[in-house]
Write a protein of this length. Structure first.
Length: 234
């Protein structure tokens, strides 16, 4: 039991450190370490909130589910409900909907259920709907586009907590993510400690540069060699 508590404490501290950073510092850290993870073009559709947390994934595919009206057999579960029930407070759901079909992979009732469960937000590489409802809830939704078209008869869920693709980044359940107004950045759990330390060093260097600007140093001097050296690999 003590070992479990210790691990939970380490993760909680890592999440606190992640929440103090922004996507730019994380992206710079990934560049310095030659790691993938930064995704642009997924914009905050509801509230301008920076979100951080551990990832649960949902992978969607084209066509109706085998339990829908178009097929015989038991009724299929609604998209993303399994992921919502798998989450604990502060987790983030990441959805792959890269079918090219204009159909929502997330909607208003899901936003309400996620909000009530304490989920920090949803990140969808694809269309979402019921944006007004999510805004009223204050629930953060990052997405590729917005639609009113239902997934019913158009999409089905291939899996929950399986590897998914977001832009050119492979995302796994248990990874970490930070989303803000600049980008969405994923960090593999195995590299989190290294990425956090590198990003914190970059953020501290940038803070020092800002302080030098406030002291009257020229912008050319501050943004010259110091900035370039900051991103060099050791």
């Amino acid at each position: 039991m003590a070992r479990t508590d210790e691990l939970e404490g380490v993760e909680a501290e890592a999440l606190r450190r992640l929440a103090r950073l922004d996507s730019c510092a994380l992206s710079d850290a990934l560049d310095r370490l030659s790691l993938p993870g930064c995704v642009t073009g997924l914009l905050a559709a509801t509230v301008p909130a920076r979100v951080t947390g551990r990832v649960h994934t949902v992978k969607l595919a084209a066509g109706p589910a085998s339990g829908s009206r178009e097929h015989s057999g038991p009724a299929a579960r609604h998209l993303a409900t399994t992921a919502i029930e798998a989450c604990t407070r502060g987790d983030i759901i990441v959805i792959e909907q890269r079918t090219g079909i204009d159909a929502a992979c997330w909607g208003g009732i899901l936003s309400c259920g996620a909000r009530l469960r304490g989920i920090a937000g949803v990140i969808a590489d694809g269309p979402v709907r019921d944006i007004d409802e999510a805004r009223e809830l204050g629930f953060p939704v990052y997405c590729r586009s917005i639609t009113a078209r239902t997934a019913r008869g158009r999409l089905h869920e291939q899996g929950t907590d399986v590897p998914v693709q977001v832009a050119d980044v492979s995302v796994h359940p248990g990874d970490y993510v930070l989303a803000d107004a600049s980008a969405v950045v994923f960090v593999r759990s195995q590299r989190l400690a290294e990425v956090l330390a590198t990003a914190e060093a970059i953020a501290a260097r940038e803070a020092a540069m800002l302080e030098r600007l406030r002291e009257g140093r020229s912008i050319a001097e501050v943004m010259g060699a110091d900035y370039e050296r900051m991103l060099q690999k050791d």
